[in-house]
Ligand binder design. Structure first.
Ligand code: GLU
Ligand code: ZN
Length: 550
């Protein structure tokens, strides 16, 4: 045994496998030419964040556009920052928003696929096997520096205006004779394992980021930590080992990692792995006080996926909207392919925004109104009931009292070529449906046509019940209103009235406006004839009576 092999054995007495065994256990995937393997690798440190979901969507689309694989790996090495139930929350969010996962964690507690474990805390032996080999090869070494020593070095570096980090003259343990390192390990001294970097600050590396283009940076020259003293890997090292063994072809992640790429490329080289292609996604921005800033997990409720669920945006609306952020070509594609599944969209990473897209709530609402306008009444009713059950017990009680009535509400003016677009989220559905429920109905005649006196309005309200016949269809219904007009001093034809308004109180449209206001409290509603029929003659009469003035 060489001294290095002896050192490696003393550092990792429990490791009996070799990297070659893992290579054989996780062979290259047999996928069609060009298929991309992508992943989302969240840490379970809190709720599902919009940024993570968006990055996952970009990974999903990249896999789909190449008939590849998208998997979920849990990066749970930081037990201090871990939140109870965090992983489940993230997975439930993906499931709820219809973001399909092919492999790894696919749902809370459900794992699939042959490249696992897909949870870093269960991969300790794998990481240590690879580090052991690096020590044997002299590419990594144990570092015994104390926290105090490191702190003192950092202060020195700051004083001398140098970069902080473990490199050059500050990489004390790099020069430790192996015999000495061996006896300190044997004596039970605590150590971290560091990379023996061969990089230099003077040299620059170039790499192609699929979103940001060609990037040039100084090489890494830091002897970065690979394993902490408790044997847990750092993000950098776990990234290289996991993405290699899981055969990731494209690492698509948040751009906060871009400055770490030189470290990662060195790790892939030192480990003898082919590096993946990188694509760094710019953060989603928010407009504020004329400027833009990153959406903040702390300050912005809309940074949490939960926000959209609570507001009652259909999952489909949120994802369709995020697609427009992911690709400026999506809207046009959607216009041409209204019914195609999103996975067939020819997504191209290279066309993504470099500077970071702006999150636009109004745009989300527009997209969502379109999505909801295409749903049928049963879908709308199902979703509204489900949402109300979770987030609005008062509304829920009303809906559940008579689900068929609820569905009839959402049937009015649905379908057809020009569907109404009143509802962006299920919380709007409550406002939309309010006048169908006495408990929510807010009477108001405030917007009655200005030229009408109280007695003119009352005359309309008093006369109408005698001509109202619920069995009439929309045309007959309006014909009855016209027929009523002359006796009330209103012109039956709008055009005629406009030409000669003198001598009339108003026109047939004004009469129906008065009726609409009396029955619904609003000037703008779906088809009033259908509304009256659903409310029932008794309630219509009662509301007409109540709307009388003075
Ligand atoms: N666990 C890392 C994070 O949440 C993953 C980054 C990556 O995708 O490689 O930021
Ligand atoms: Zn050291």
């Amino acid at each position: 045994m060489t001294i290095r092999e002896e050192l490696a054995a003393a550092m990792f007495p429990d490791i009996t496998r070799t990297p070659e065994e893992y290579e054989a256990l996780y062979p290259p995937r047999s996928l069609p030419e060009g298929a991309r393997v992508t992943r989302i690798a969240p840490s379970p440190t809190g709720y599902l964040h919009l940024g993570v979901f968006f990055t996952a969507l970009v990974n999903r689309l990249t896999a789909d556009a190449s008939k590849g694989v998208f998997y979920f790996r849990l990066e749970d090495t930081d037990k201090k920052r871990e939140v109870e139930g965090g992983a489940e929350d993230i997975l439930r969010g993906f499931n709820e928003y219809g973001l399909a996962i092919d492999e790894g964690f696919v749902a809370p507690g459900e794992v699939r696929g042959g490249y696992g474990p897909y949870q870093q805390s269960l991969r300790g032996e794998i990481y240590r096997t690879y580090v052991k080999r690096l020590v044997e090869e002299g590419k990594a070494y144990p570092c015994f520096c104390s926290e105090e020593q490191r702190q003192a070095d950092r202060e020195k570096q700051e004083e001398r205006k140098l970069r902080t980090g473990y490199y050059g003259e500050f990489a004390h343990c790099r020069l430790l004779p192996e015999e000495e390192a061996l006896s300190r390990v044997k004596a039970g001294e605590a150590f971290v394992v560091r990379l023996r970097s061969s990089g230099s600050e003077e040299r620059r590396i170039k790499f192609d980021d699929m979103i940001k283009g060609t990037i040039e940076m100084p090489e890494n020259d830091e002897d970065i930590v690979l394993l902490k003293s408790d044997g847990i890997p750092t993000y950098h090292f776990a990234h290289a080992v996991d993405d290699h063994l899981m055969r990731t072809t494209h690492v698509i992640r948040g751009d906060e990692w871009i400055s770490s790429v030189p470290k990662h490329l060195e790790l892939f080289r030192v480990l003898g792995f082919k590096p993946p292609k990188y694509a760094h996604v710019s953060p989603i921005m928010k407009e504020e006080a004329g400027g833009r800033r990153k959406l903040s997990k702390r300050k912005d409720p809309e940074a949490a996926m939960r926000f959209y669920t609570e507001q009652g945006y259909p999952a489909d609306s949120v994802v369709e909207y995020l697609m427009t952020i992911a690709s400026s070509e999506f809207e046009e594609w959607r216009r041409r392919n209204p019914d195609q599944p999103r996975g067939t969209f020819p997504f191209n990473l290279k066309k993504m925004s470099v500077s970071g897209a702006l999150f636009d709530m109004d745009k989300l609402d527009d997209v969502s109104k379109n999505v909801i306008s295409r749903m049928d009444a049963a879908q709308v009713t199902g979703a509204v009931r489900e949402w109300a059950r979770r987030f609005d017990p008062e509304f829920s009680a009303l809906l559940e009292r008579d689900p068929a009535y609820a569905e009839a509400i959402f049937t009015i003016d649905r379908g057809g070529k020009k569907p109404r677009k009143d509802i962006a989220r299920w919380s709007d559905a409550k406002t939309y449906a309010a006048y169908f429920y006495d408990e929510l109905y807010v009477p108001s005649m405030a917007e009655a046509p200005e030229q009408l006196a109280a007695e003119d309005i009352n005359a309309v309200l008093d006369a109408y019940p005698s001509v109202y016949r619920p069995e009439e269809d929309q045309q007959q219904w309006f014909a009855s209103i016209k027929a009523l007009c002359p006796s009330l001093g209103f012109c039956p034809e709008v055009k005629e009235y406009k030409a000669h308004p003198e001598g009339w109180k108003g026109h047939a449209g004004d009469v129906s406006t008065v009726l609409r206001l009396a029955v619904t409290g609003r000037r703008n509603t779906p088809d009033l004839c259908s509304i009256m029929r659903l409310l029932g003659t008794e309630k219509v009469r009662q509301r007409l009576r109540q709307a009388r003035r003075g």
